[in-house]
Design a protein around this ligand. Structure first.
Ligand code: SF4
Length: 88
């Protein structure tokens, strides 16, 4: 699933916040997560446990991975619970 889009359109921060996503800011990439949509399948944690670590606060630290790898992992999320917006 393309984590930069919803229904084929580029996501905006306003839309994501309105839909209940929480923002996890990084230097070059912001990651957004919806606990209501998450199916707890764990692709994110298996994909990069430095970025996604259940039990840590915050549980997502975007800057612990490269932008390209963060995007790769986000795109493996099957539910759409993870989205991203690239900065700049
Ligand atoms: S990959 Fe997506 S659905 Fe699976 S646990 Fe992570 S956020 Fe939730």
């Amino acid at each position: 699933m393309d984590g930069s889009k919803i229904n084929g359109k580029d996501v905006t921060e306003e839309q994501l916040i309105e839909e209940g996503y929480r923002k996890y800011s990084g230097e070059k990439l912001d990651i957004y997560y919806s606990k209501d949509i998450c199916e707890h399948i764990g692709n994110c944690v298996r994909g990069n446990s430095d970025v996604f670590e259940v039990g840590r606060r915050p549980w997502i630290i975007a800057d612990n991975g490269s932008v390209d790898d963060d995007i790769r992992v986000i795109n493996t999320c099957p539910s759409g619970a993870l989205k991203y917006i690239k900065k700049g």
